[in-house]
Design a protein around this ligand. Structure first.
Ligand code: SF4
Ligand code: SF4
Length: 133
């Protein structure tokens, strides 16, 4: 997507997939992930999920999400919160969020002005606040 590239191009640094927890998966996330992996839900749960009560997250291996391997290996079935990163709707309402997220994510154009960034992001974001890429 040409417009998207003006504001963001993932550098596959892995920063957003590191840590000791991951985003939580809602019902739709689980369904999409199972479908993308082509396994049964039980197999996906055993192999990839960490379930604690009614919270389901992805397992962590060596300090990163189990699906991270020089990029996301479940890209088409990744959770919606992963789809939102780093182009989160909050960027459009607070320049401080923009500055903070730009510092964490080298994929965000480091030279573009905030106004220009918002103009492009506002045009390509869907009503749920997700940019499809
Ligand atoms: S932090 Fe940004 S550049 Fe790095 S992997 Fe995540 S989205 Fe891509
Ligand atoms: S599902 Fe993909 S994008 Fe989300 S944390 Fe795991 S590796 Fe990263």
């Amino acid at each position: 997507m040409k417009e998207l590239k003006k504001i963001f191009e993932c550098q596959r640094c892995g920063y957003c997939c590191q840590g000791e927890t991951t985003v939580s998966l809602d019902e739709e996330d689980r369904r999409c992930m199972v479908q993308a992996l082509g396994l049964s839900e039980n197999e996906v749960r055993d192999k990839y999920w960490r379930v604690n009560g009614n919270i389901t997250q992805m397992k962590i291996v060596d300090g990163h999400c189990i699906f991270y391997n020089n990029g996301c290996t479940v890209h088409s079935g990744r959770p919606w919160r992963c789809r939102q990163w780093p182009l989160h709707p909050s960027l459009l309402i607070d320049e401080n969020n923009f500055a903070t997220i730009r510092e964490s994510c080298p994929g965000i154009n480091q030279h573009i002005s905030y106004d220009e960034f918002c103009e492009v992001l506002g045009a390509i974001m869907d009503p749920r606040g997700i940019v499809h890429c």
